[in-house]
Design a protein around this ligand. Structure first.
Ligand code: 13P
Length: 226
């Protein structure tokens, strides 16, 4: 498979932008994390498009949890992937292994979706023993996203050799799990980053909100196989 390009709109977008996106992107190696309220619409427009949720509840199935969205609901909306533990959520909502990351991972996997587990340079702390075991047992349904704090939304990326070294370390430590890099990926640096041999794809924030820019990132992945 070509290297995986995942856009993360975060708390942005509109139904008309969903339309524009689905109308102009057909590549199979692309997925998009849109606000959950747009998922059903996107699925009805194009059931083949790979949809990603930006989060799911720690609660599973259905029940009296006002405002929550379970993995069971997400899978029913055509969602195939769920981002877990994005650094913004870890920071703003104090998400961590003990209270919720592991529960969410379990909910995603038990609904036959793939978890995109985000970590930053503190990965040794963020992936505790239980999470490590979880990754090992679900190696084909967990993708790690390495997003250094210094690169998220800053326009600054580590050097290619720095990214490459850390990816090699992560691959050794976490059973060759598939890994995405995230943090200020754009049309200019995408080809160099995607060419790192141990990298399986990228998680793109700001640049996924500009259709032309995002399409150039997809073009940059053209003949690169993960
Ligand atoms: P930026 O690409 O805007 O730096 O965001 C990265 C990110 O957080 C993707 O999940």
């Amino acid at each position: 498979m070509n290297k995986f390009i995942v856009g993360n709109w975060k708390m942005n977008g509109s139904l008309s932008f969903v339309d524009a996106f689905l109308d102009s992107i057909e590549e199979q190696n692309v997925a998009i994390a849109i606000p959950q309220v747009f998922l059903a619409y996107a699925y009805s427009r194009n059931p083949k498009f790979k949809l990603v949720a930006q989060n799911c509840s720690i609660y599973d199935k259905f029940g009296a949890h006002t405002g929550e969205i379970s993995a069971d609901i997400l899978v029913g909306l055509g969602c195939q992937y769920v981002i877990i533990g994005h650094s913004e959520r870890r920071h703003m909502f104090e998400e961590d292994n003990i209270s919720n990351i592991l529960k969410k991972l379990n909910n995603v996997i038990s609904n036959n979706m793939t978890a995109i587990l985000c970590v930053d340079e503190r990965y040794e702390k963020l992936i505790n023993r239980e999470t490590l075991e979880f990754i090992k047992d679900n190696i084909h349904n967990v993708i790690l996203a390495y997003e250094p704090l210094s690169a998220i939304g800053t326009g600054k990326t580590p050097s290619i050799s720095e990214i490459s070294n850390i990816l090699n370390l992560l691959k050794q430590k976490y059973f060759s799990v598939n890994i995405l890099y995230g943090g200020s990926v754009n049309s200019k640096n995408a080809r160099d980053i995607l060419s790192i041999s141990s990298l399986d794809g990228v998680l793109v924030g700001g640049a996924s909100l500009k259709l032309g820019e995002f399409k150039e990132i997809i073009v940059a992945s053209k003949d690169l196989i993960a």
